[in-house]
Design a protein around this ligand. Structure first.
Ligand SMILES: *[C@@H]1O[C@H](CO)[C@@H](O)[C@H](O)[C@H]1NC(C)=O
Ligand SMILES: *[C@@H]1O[C@H](CO)[C@@H](O)[C@H](O)[C@H]1NC(C)=O
Ligand SMILES: *[C@@H]1O[C@H](CO)[C@@H](O)[C@H](O)[C@H]1NC(C)=O
Ligand SMILES: *[C@@H]1O[C@H](CO)[C@@H](O)[C@H](O)[C@H]1NC(C)=O
Ligand SMILES: *[C@@H]1O[C@H](CO)[C@@H](O)[C@H](O)[C@H]1NC(C)=O
Ligand SMILES: *[C@@H]1O[C@H](CO)[C@@H](O)[C@H](O)[C@H]1NC(C)=O
Length: 605
């Protein structure tokens, strides 16, 4: 028995003190394995399970791409299957949707930032939840950051301003609920800014207009309100998507290179500026569902590249000139539900396979059932003029009745009120989270030996699949009644051993280690991951760990806790050398045990 025990110790010592021959690649591999642990083993990373080669050598797939240079990861793309499609997310973990409650965004990003050479990072639909920590900026080589379709909330952290290499920032489909920061112009190389499907509120930050490199701005489906500034300085902008917000100014001047402008479902008012007629590359213009008035500029229809023009559901009035010409590319026009009168221009009226035209809900003088009477549109036009304060006298003259004016005024007030949409207020709760480092660590052989107790489960031959995870300090405090003296079951030269009970009723042994310097922690981290995979009925399983971070920086961690499955009946040695006969193992059992041990080692190696 002594011999086999020694074997275990030799094996474990070897595990704990592997020389750092391929330091760089090993540590990077370690970080990747840790990230998998944090992400709770998503199916996209299943391929790592039985793969013993270099992770950089895996062929890339839509779910996973790893690219390396000089033994460092430069590109990491993981796509999961957890769609961020929860309407009631309020900042807490949601079962089957987000990662579990024990996930800590802060620790996750701490680990992530160890991939210091990363240039491209994409973590999509992985159920990641929490506020985005400031320390993400430590990935200073990053040119592309995509964290779409997760459960991030709060604000875009200010230190992102230091990531001057960023060219692409994509945070689509999260729950960001602060304002869009006004310092984005610090990202002087930014070309793609996609923040769609979040809850960003406040104004469109005017500093965005200073980022000349921008080609795409997508802020679709947020809660932005107020004025849209003059964007004409963004000479490289091709795509502007501001649909489904509450922007309520007039339309500003647009940059000349714009190809796609999607501004529907806001509260833009006033006339459509003639300046849009100068956008020679414009292909796709959607201004529908706003409060735009006046005559649409004829030139919109004849822009050389225009193929999609949607002006539906506004308050456009007047009559389009009959000689209006349509651009050669124009395939879809929607002018329905406005206040247009007169004839339908011939290029829109001609029945053609090439072009779809929608014009219902106006007052056009054509023989179609879905047009209103002229008077409907004229009244609306007059009302429109009244509200913009133009020619009130003329209005009175035309209507010729003060009583009617009063009625119209009242009606107008109603319409004005409707423009101020009530904004949703979402009740959300602040989320207290324990700061904890999640990097695996190694353990000295001595205390591992001390922590080994004969497991009841092992005796019964049962083996439960145990998942290694990270524990929070709060959790451990709760399990041990704040490390109460009564839960202390042993004390040695390397630390204390406590018995505790987790929330789910599992009994655990918690070993606390005090660390003296950074190096021992680093050493520990290198090997914990390996230890976490030792699973055998005859080995006490390490269930997880917790690093108590005294200060923000994990290099200053003050304490490490290792959580083992709890095995009653004292430690192994007492059963071999115990004086009291009933506790000591019989020789037949000892022989059987030594067999287990050897098998255990062999299997684990
Ligand atoms: C890994 O190998 C084990 C044993 O051969 C097998 O049961 C398991 O399904 C494999 N996992 C994957 C993801 O292929
Ligand atoms: C990875 O691939 C390269 C080139 O294909 C090869 O030289 C190297 O040995 C591979 N490394 C591993 C660990 O498989
Ligand atoms: C999101 O959930 C709603 C119902 O909760 C469902 O109708 C919709 O299809 C889902 N969207 C996606 C992209 O899964
Ligand atoms: C979560 O998913 C599992 C398996 O898909 C299912 O059995 C369980 O009922 C789900 N739980 C909830 C709360 O939806
Ligand atoms: C900005 O991007 C260009 C390429 O698009 C690159 O050559 C340049 O180095 C970048 N600048 C910074 C500060 O990263
Ligand atoms: C954002 O959402 C979180 C979580 O739901 C909430 O605690 C926080 O107060 C919200 N912040 C703002 C600015 O609304």
């Amino acid at each position: 028995m002594g011999y086999s025990n020694l074997l275990v110790l030799v094996f474990l010592s070897w595990v704990l003190f592997i020389p750092g021959a391929h330091q760089l690649q090993n540590s990077q591999t370690n970080v990747l394995l840790q990230l998998r642990n944090y992400l709770e083993y998503p199916s996209s990373l299943e391929i790592w399970e039985n793969y013993s080669g270099d992770l950089c050598n895996l062929s890339s797939s839509p779910q996973l791409t790893i690219t390396c240079e000089d033994n460092s990861v430069t590109e990491l793309k993981i796509k999961g299957d957890k769609l961020a499609n929860v309407s009631g997310f309020n900042g807490y973990a949601v079962s089957n949707q987000t990662l579990s409650e024990s996930f800590s965004m802060d620790s996750f990003v701490t680990t992530l930032t160890k991939l210091t050479s990363l240039r491209c990072l994409s973590l999509v639909s992985l159920g990641i939840w929490g506020p985005l920590p400031d320390k993400i900026h430590r990935l200073s080589s990053l040119a592309s950051l995509d964290l779409s379709s997760n459960f991030l909330f709060g604000s875009i952290p200010p230190k992102i301003a230091r990531m001057v290499r960023l060219q692409t920032l994509v945070l689509d489909g999260n729950f960001f609920n602060d304002t869009i920061p006004d310092w984005l112009d610090s990202l002087s190389n930014l070309s793609v800014l996609c923040l769609k499907r979040n809850r960003f509120k406040g104004q469109f930050p005017s500093s965005i207009c200073k980022i000349r490199t921008l080609t795409d701005i997508t802020l679709f489906h947020n809660e932005l309100s107020g004025k849209l500034p003059d964007l004409s300085s963004l000479t490289n902008l091709h795509v502007l998507d501001l649909r489904e917000n509450h922007l309520d100014s007039e339309l500003p001047a647009m940059p000349k290179g714009l190809v796609t402008a999607l501004l529907s479902k806001n509260s833009f008012s006033g006339k459509i500026p003639e300046q849009i007629g100068q956008l020679r590359q414009l292909r796709h213009l959607d201004l529908s569902f706003n409060l735009l008035s006046g005559m649409p500029p004829s030139v919109l229809f004849s822009l050389p590249e225009i193929s999609y023009l949607n002006l539906a559901s506004n308050k456009l009035s007047g009559s389009l000139p009959n000689h209006l010409s349509c651009g050669g590319e124009l395939g879809f026009v929607d002018i329905s539900t406005n206040k247009l009168i007169g004839e339908l221009p011939s290029c829109l009226g001609a029945i053609s396979d090439k072009r779809v035209v929608k014009f219902g809900g106006n007052c056009l003088s054509i023989d179609m059932p879905n047009q209103h009477q002229d008077s409907y549109c004229k009244e609306a036009n007059l009302r429109g003029k009244q509200f913009s304060g133009i020619r009130l006298g003329e209005l009175v003259g035309v209507i010729g009745g003060a009583v009617l004016v009063m009625v119209l005024l009242a009606f107008g007030v109603c319409i004005l009120c409707r423009r101020y949409r009530s904004q949703e207020t979402v009740e959300q709760h602040a989320l207290p989270k324990v700061v904890q480092d999640n990097s695996p660590a190694g353990v000295s052989a001595e205390f591992l030996a001390n922590a080994r107790y004969i497991s009841q489960a092992a005796k019964l031959g049962t083996q439960v699949a145990l998942v290694y995870r990270l524990f929070s300090l709060e959790e451990l405090k709760e399990a041990t009644n704040n490390f109460d003296q009564s839960t202390l079951i042993g004390e040695g030269f390397i630390g204390k051993l406590y018995k505790g009970r987790l929330e789910n009723g599992t009994d655990v042994a918690i070993r606390s280690l005090a660390f003296l310097n950074k190096n021992s922690i680093r050493n520990l981290k290198l090997h914990l991951d390996l230890l976490s995979k030792l699973r055998h009925p005859h080995l006490v399983a390490l269930l997880g760990h917790c690093i108590d971070v005294g200060v923000q920086d994990d290099s200053c961690a003050s304490k490490v806790f290792l959580i083992y499955e709890y095995v009653p009946n004292g430690n192994f040695r007492t059963h071999l050398s115990e004086n009291s006969l009933e506790k000591a193992l019989k020789w037949s059992d000892r022989l059987a045990n030594s067999n287990w041990c050897c098998q255990g080692c062999a299997l684990s190696t």
